[in-house]
Design a protein around this ligand. Structure first.
Ligand code: 3HC
Length: 293
Protein backbone atom coordinates (compact mmCIF):
# COMPACT_ATOMS: atom_id res chain seq x y z
CA UNK A 1 0.00 0.00 0.00
CA UNK A 2 1.34 3.46 -0.87
CA UNK A 3 0.90 5.72 2.11
CA UNK A 4 -0.03 9.19 0.93
CA UNK A 5 -2.21 10.77 3.56
CA UNK A 6 -1.50 10.69 7.28
CA UNK A 7 -3.96 11.64 10.02
CA UNK A 8 -2.89 12.67 13.49
CA UNK A 9 -5.36 12.90 16.34
CA UNK A 10 -4.19 15.38 18.97
CA UNK A 11 -2.14 18.49 18.25
CA UNK A 12 -0.47 18.95 21.61
CA UNK A 13 3.26 18.62 22.19
CA UNK A 14 3.49 15.12 20.72
CA UNK A 15 0.77 15.36 18.05
CA UNK A 16 2.09 18.62 16.60
CA UNK A 17 5.60 17.17 16.50
CA UNK A 18 4.36 14.05 14.70
CA UNK A 19 2.38 16.22 12.26
CA UNK A 20 5.52 18.26 11.59
CA UNK A 21 7.74 15.25 10.81
CA UNK A 22 4.96 13.73 8.68
CA UNK A 23 4.69 16.91 6.58
CA UNK A 24 8.48 17.21 6.38
CA UNK A 25 8.57 13.64 5.04
CA UNK A 26 6.23 14.72 2.22
CA UNK A 27 2.91 13.25 3.42
CA UNK A 28 -0.38 15.12 3.15
CA UNK A 29 -1.10 15.54 6.86
CA UNK A 30 -4.38 16.21 8.63
CA UNK A 31 -4.20 16.95 12.33
CA UNK A 32 -7.24 17.08 14.58
CA UNK A 33 -7.77 18.87 17.89
CA UNK A 34 -10.98 19.35 19.83
CA UNK A 35 -11.27 23.14 19.44
CA UNK A 36 -10.14 25.78 16.90
CA UNK A 37 -7.98 27.40 19.63
CA UNK A 38 -6.07 24.17 20.23
CA UNK A 39 -5.67 23.57 16.48
CA UNK A 40 -4.29 27.10 16.17
CA UNK A 41 -1.90 26.61 19.10
CA UNK A 42 -0.53 23.34 17.67
CA UNK A 43 -0.08 24.77 14.17
CA UNK A 44 1.69 27.84 15.61
CA UNK A 45 4.18 25.49 17.29
CA UNK A 46 4.87 23.79 13.93
CA UNK A 47 5.29 27.18 12.22
CA UNK A 48 7.71 28.29 14.94
CA UNK A 49 9.82 25.14 14.55
CA UNK A 50 9.88 25.47 10.74
CA UNK A 51 10.84 29.16 11.03
CA UNK A 52 13.75 28.15 13.29
CA UNK A 53 14.93 25.66 10.64
CA UNK A 54 14.83 28.41 7.99
CA UNK A 55 16.78 30.80 10.27
CA UNK A 56 19.44 28.14 10.81
CA UNK A 57 19.64 27.51 7.06
CA UNK A 58 18.55 23.85 7.47
CA UNK A 59 15.65 24.33 5.03
CA UNK A 60 14.79 27.02 2.48
CA UNK A 61 11.77 29.34 2.61
CA UNK A 62 10.29 27.36 -0.28
CA UNK A 63 10.61 24.05 1.59
CA UNK A 64 9.13 25.65 4.71
CA UNK A 65 6.11 26.87 2.72
CA UNK A 66 5.62 23.51 1.00
CA UNK A 67 5.89 21.68 4.34
CA UNK A 68 3.45 24.02 6.06
CA UNK A 69 1.11 23.67 3.06
CA UNK A 70 0.91 19.92 3.63
CA UNK A 71 -0.55 20.30 7.14
CA UNK A 72 -4.27 20.86 7.55
CA UNK A 73 -5.73 21.46 11.01
CA UNK A 74 -9.29 20.24 11.65
CA UNK A 75 -11.65 19.83 14.60
CA UNK A 76 -13.75 16.98 13.26
CA UNK A 77 -12.65 13.33 13.38
CA UNK A 78 -14.69 12.72 10.19
CA UNK A 79 -12.06 14.67 8.24
CA UNK A 80 -9.55 11.87 8.85
CA UNK A 81 -11.66 9.27 7.11
CA UNK A 82 -9.60 9.07 3.90
CA UNK A 83 -6.20 8.75 5.61
CA UNK A 84 -3.96 5.75 4.94
CA UNK A 85 -2.41 5.85 8.40
CA UNK A 86 -3.82 7.46 11.56
CA UNK A 87 -1.57 8.16 14.54
CA UNK A 88 -3.34 8.91 17.80
CA UNK A 89 -1.65 11.23 20.31
CA UNK A 90 -4.50 12.23 22.63
CA UNK A 91 -4.82 12.15 26.41
CA UNK A 92 -3.23 9.07 27.98
CA UNK A 93 -6.52 7.48 29.05
CA UNK A 94 -7.64 4.07 27.88
CA UNK A 95 -11.41 4.78 27.58
CA UNK A 96 -10.78 7.95 25.52
CA UNK A 97 -8.43 6.10 23.16
CA UNK A 98 -10.76 3.11 22.77
CA UNK A 99 -13.72 5.40 22.06
CA UNK A 100 -11.73 7.33 19.45
CA UNK A 101 -10.54 4.21 17.62
CA UNK A 102 -14.00 2.63 17.67
CA UNK A 103 -15.27 5.80 15.96
CA UNK A 104 -12.41 5.84 13.43
CA UNK A 105 -12.95 2.13 12.74
CA UNK A 106 -16.46 2.92 11.53
CA UNK A 107 -15.31 5.87 9.42
CA UNK A 108 -12.13 4.65 7.72
CA UNK A 109 -11.76 2.23 4.81
CA UNK A 110 -10.45 -1.24 5.60
CA UNK A 111 -6.91 -0.50 4.38
CA UNK A 112 -6.29 2.31 6.93
CA UNK A 113 -3.65 1.41 9.50
CA UNK A 114 -4.14 2.65 13.05
CA UNK A 115 -1.30 3.55 15.43
CA UNK A 116 -1.25 4.79 19.00
CA UNK A 117 1.52 6.95 20.44
CA UNK A 118 0.73 5.72 23.94
CA UNK A 119 3.79 5.49 26.17
CA UNK A 120 2.47 2.93 28.61
CA UNK A 121 -1.03 1.64 27.86
CA UNK A 122 -1.39 -1.81 26.30
CA UNK A 123 -1.72 -1.56 22.52
CA UNK A 124 -3.67 -4.85 22.45
CA UNK A 125 -6.37 -3.37 24.69
CA UNK A 126 -6.73 -0.23 22.56
CA UNK A 127 -6.75 -2.29 19.32
CA UNK A 128 -9.47 -4.54 20.72
CA UNK A 129 -11.91 -1.61 20.48
CA UNK A 130 -11.72 -1.97 16.69
CA UNK A 131 -12.52 -4.72 14.20
CA UNK A 132 -9.03 -4.40 12.70
CA UNK A 133 -6.53 -5.40 15.43
CA UNK A 134 -4.38 -6.91 12.64
CA UNK A 135 -3.92 -3.38 11.24
CA UNK A 136 -3.00 -1.80 14.56
CA UNK A 137 0.45 -0.95 15.98
CA UNK A 138 2.08 1.30 18.53
CA UNK A 139 4.22 4.16 17.21
CA UNK A 140 5.92 5.67 20.23
CA UNK A 141 7.70 8.97 19.55
CA UNK A 142 9.87 10.98 21.94
CA UNK A 143 9.76 14.57 23.07
CA UNK A 144 10.73 16.83 21.28
CA UNK A 145 9.53 14.78 18.31
CA UNK A 146 11.29 16.78 15.56
CA UNK A 147 14.64 16.32 17.35
CA UNK A 148 14.56 12.84 18.93
CA UNK A 149 15.61 10.28 16.36
CA UNK A 150 13.84 7.22 17.71
CA UNK A 151 10.43 5.69 17.13
CA UNK A 152 9.42 2.47 18.85
CA UNK A 153 7.24 0.37 16.55
CA UNK A 154 5.14 -1.90 18.70
CA UNK A 155 3.49 -5.11 17.55
CA UNK A 156 0.79 -7.03 19.37
CA UNK A 157 0.11 -10.74 19.02
CA UNK A 158 -2.66 -9.76 16.56
CA UNK A 159 -0.65 -7.40 14.32
CA UNK A 160 -0.30 -8.66 10.75
CA UNK A 161 3.47 -9.08 10.04
CA UNK A 162 3.15 -7.29 6.66
CA UNK A 163 1.40 -4.31 8.30
CA UNK A 164 4.08 -4.27 10.98
CA UNK A 165 6.89 -4.14 8.41
CA UNK A 166 5.06 -1.36 6.59
CA UNK A 167 4.96 0.65 9.80
CA UNK A 168 8.66 0.02 10.45
CA UNK A 169 9.34 1.48 6.97
CA UNK A 170 6.93 4.33 7.67
CA UNK A 171 8.91 5.20 10.84
CA UNK A 172 12.07 5.35 8.73
CA UNK A 173 10.32 7.54 6.13
CA UNK A 174 9.53 9.97 8.94
CA UNK A 175 13.28 10.34 9.41
CA UNK A 176 13.39 8.26 12.58
CA UNK A 177 15.33 5.14 13.49
CA UNK A 178 12.62 2.55 14.11
CA UNK A 179 13.15 -0.09 16.78
CA UNK A 180 11.00 -3.18 17.05
CA UNK A 181 9.27 -3.77 20.36
CA UNK A 182 6.64 -6.15 21.65
CA UNK A 183 3.52 -4.94 23.43
CA UNK A 184 4.95 -5.13 26.94
CA UNK A 185 4.28 -2.30 29.44
CA UNK A 186 6.54 0.70 28.69
CA UNK A 187 7.99 -1.06 25.61
CA UNK A 188 11.81 -0.66 25.58
CA UNK A 189 12.52 2.95 26.50
CA UNK A 190 10.12 3.50 29.38
CA UNK A 191 10.86 0.01 30.75
CA UNK A 192 14.41 1.29 31.34
CA UNK A 193 13.86 5.04 31.71
CA UNK A 194 11.00 5.09 34.22
CA UNK A 195 12.77 3.03 36.96
CA UNK A 196 15.84 5.26 36.47
CA UNK A 197 13.80 8.46 36.93
CA UNK A 198 11.96 7.03 39.94
CA UNK A 199 15.28 5.91 41.46
CA UNK A 200 16.62 9.45 41.15
CA UNK A 201 13.63 10.65 43.22
CA UNK A 202 14.24 7.89 45.77
CA UNK A 203 17.93 8.94 45.98
CA UNK A 204 16.77 12.50 46.65
CA UNK A 205 14.27 11.30 49.30
CA UNK A 206 17.06 9.35 51.01
CA UNK A 207 19.39 12.35 51.02
CA UNK A 208 22.01 10.83 48.73
CA UNK A 209 22.45 14.19 46.98
CA UNK A 210 20.66 17.39 46.03
CA UNK A 211 18.56 17.95 42.89
CA UNK A 212 21.41 19.87 41.25
CA UNK A 213 24.12 17.39 42.31
CA UNK A 214 22.15 14.35 41.13
CA UNK A 215 21.40 16.12 37.82
CA UNK A 216 25.03 17.12 37.34
CA UNK A 217 26.18 13.59 38.20
CA UNK A 218 24.24 11.98 35.38
CA UNK A 219 24.82 14.83 32.95
CA UNK A 220 28.54 15.28 33.46
CA UNK A 221 29.45 11.81 34.71
CA UNK A 222 27.45 9.79 32.19
CA UNK A 223 27.01 12.20 29.28
CA UNK A 224 23.20 12.29 29.46
CA UNK A 225 21.85 15.44 27.74
CA UNK A 226 19.71 16.24 30.80
CA UNK A 227 19.94 15.11 34.42
CA UNK A 228 16.99 13.03 35.73
CA UNK A 229 15.21 15.95 37.47
CA UNK A 230 15.50 18.23 34.44
CA UNK A 231 14.15 15.37 32.34
CA UNK A 232 11.33 14.68 34.83
CA UNK A 233 10.30 18.35 34.65
CA UNK A 234 10.57 18.22 30.84
CA UNK A 235 8.46 15.05 30.45
CA UNK A 236 5.99 16.20 33.14
CA UNK A 237 5.69 14.83 36.66
CA UNK A 238 2.01 14.04 36.10
CA UNK A 239 2.89 12.04 32.98
CA UNK A 240 5.68 10.15 34.75
CA UNK A 241 3.42 9.44 37.74
CA UNK A 242 0.70 8.15 35.47
CA UNK A 243 3.10 5.92 33.51
CA UNK A 244 4.58 4.53 36.73
CA UNK A 245 1.10 3.61 37.98
CA UNK A 246 0.29 1.73 34.79
CA UNK A 247 3.65 -0.06 34.80
CA UNK A 248 3.35 -0.94 38.49
CA UNK A 249 -0.11 -2.33 37.82
CA UNK A 250 1.31 -4.44 34.98
CA UNK A 251 4.46 -5.80 36.64
CA UNK A 252 3.79 -5.38 40.40
CA UNK A 253 7.47 -4.58 40.89
CA UNK A 254 8.76 -1.97 43.32
CA UNK A 255 11.04 -0.39 40.73
CA UNK A 256 7.93 0.89 38.92
CA UNK A 257 6.22 2.22 42.07
CA UNK A 258 5.90 6.01 42.35
CA UNK A 259 7.90 7.44 45.28
CA UNK A 260 5.78 9.42 47.81
CA UNK A 261 7.51 12.70 46.88
CA UNK A 262 6.44 12.34 43.23
CA UNK A 263 2.85 11.70 44.27
CA UNK A 264 2.81 14.74 46.55
CA UNK A 265 4.31 17.02 43.92
CA UNK A 266 1.68 15.90 41.41
CA UNK A 267 -1.09 16.43 43.99
CA UNK A 268 0.28 19.93 44.65
CA UNK A 269 0.04 20.72 40.94
CA UNK A 270 3.81 20.88 40.46
CA UNK A 271 3.90 19.12 37.12
CA UNK A 272 7.27 20.41 35.93
CA UNK A 273 8.23 22.93 33.29
CA UNK A 274 4.71 23.26 31.85
CA UNK A 275 3.27 24.45 35.20
CA UNK A 276 6.32 26.57 36.08
CA UNK A 277 7.25 24.34 39.02
CA UNK A 278 8.59 20.86 39.52
CA UNK A 279 12.01 19.90 40.82
CA UNK A 280 13.00 23.35 39.53
CA UNK A 281 11.25 26.71 39.66
CA UNK A 282 10.89 28.18 36.17
CA UNK A 283 9.88 31.75 37.18
CA UNK A 284 12.91 32.79 35.15
CA UNK A 285 12.75 30.15 32.37
CA UNK A 286 16.32 30.81 31.23
CA UNK A 287 17.66 30.20 34.75
CA UNK A 288 15.67 27.50 36.55
CA UNK A 289 16.49 27.21 40.24
CA UNK A 290 16.19 23.99 42.25
CA UNK A 291 13.19 23.89 44.62
CA UNK A 292 13.89 23.13 48.26
CA UNK A 293 11.95 19.91 48.80
N1 3HC B 1 11.26 21.43 19.05
C1 3HC B 1 12.06 21.43 17.97
N2 3HC B 1 13.41 21.56 18.05
C2 3HC B 1 13.96 21.70 19.27
C3 3HC B 1 13.16 21.71 20.44
C4 3HC B 1 11.76 21.58 20.30
N3 3HC B 1 10.94 21.56 21.35
N4 3HC B 1 14.00 21.85 21.51
C5 3HC B 1 15.25 21.92 21.03
N5 3HC B 1 15.24 21.83 19.68
C6 3HC B 1 16.39 21.80 18.76
C7 3HC B 1 17.15 23.11 18.79
O1 3HC B 1 16.64 24.02 17.82
C8 3HC B 1 18.57 22.66 18.43
O2 3HC B 1 18.68 22.45 17.04
P1 3HC B 1 20.12 22.61 16.27
O3 3HC B 1 21.07 21.64 16.90
O4 3HC B 1 19.80 22.30 14.85
O5 3HC B 1 20.52 24.03 16.51
C9 3HC B 1 18.68 21.28 19.09
O6 3HC B 1 17.32 20.83 19.28
C10 3HC B 1 19.38 21.35 20.42
O7 3HC B 1 18.67 22.27 21.24
P2 3HC B 1 19.37 23.26 22.29
O8 3HC B 1 20.77 23.61 21.81
O9 3HC B 1 18.44 24.38 22.56
O10 3HC B 1 19.43 22.46 23.64
P3 3HC B 1 20.08 21.06 23.98
O11 3HC B 1 21.34 20.85 23.24
O12 3HC B 1 20.05 20.99 25.45
O13 3HC B 1 19.02 20.02 23.40
C11 3HC B 1 17.24 18.54 23.85
C12 3HC B 1 17.70 20.00 23.84
C13 3HC B 1 17.24 18.00 22.43
C14 3HC B 1 15.82 18.53 24.37
C15 3HC B 1 18.25 17.71 24.73
O14 3HC B 1 18.40 18.32 25.98
C16 3HC B 1 17.80 16.29 24.94
O15 3HC B 1 18.00 15.43 24.09
N6 3HC B 1 17.20 16.02 26.13
C17 3HC B 1 16.69 14.70 26.47
C18 3HC B 1 15.30 14.57 25.90
C19 3HC B 1 14.71 13.22 26.13
O16 3HC B 1 15.27 12.36 26.81
N7 3HC B 1 13.54 13.02 25.57
C20 3HC B 1 12.80 11.79 25.75
C21 3HC B 1 11.87 11.98 26.87
S1 3HC B 1 11.01 10.50 27.22
C22 3HC B 1 9.70 10.53 26.20
O17 3HC B 1 9.46 11.45 25.46
C23 3HC B 1 8.84 9.30 26.24
C24 3HC B 1 7.58 9.53 27.01
O18 3HC B 1 6.83 8.35 26.87
C25 3HC B 1 7.80 9.78 28.47
Amino acid sequence: MAIQKVGIVGCGLMGSGIAQVSAQAGFATVVREVSPDLVEKGLKGIEKNLARLVEKGTITEAVRNETRGRVKGVTSVEELKDCDVIVEAIIEQLPAKRELFALLDGLCPSHTIFASNTSSLTITEIAAATKRPQRFVGLHFFNPVPVMRLVEVVRTIATDPAVYEEMVSFGARLGKTPVRANDSGGFIVNRLLVPYLLDAIRALEEGVGSVVDIDNSMKLGCGYPMGPFTLLDFVGLDTTYYISQIMFEEFKEKRFAAPPLLKRMVLAGWHGKKTGRGFYDYSDPANPTAMSL
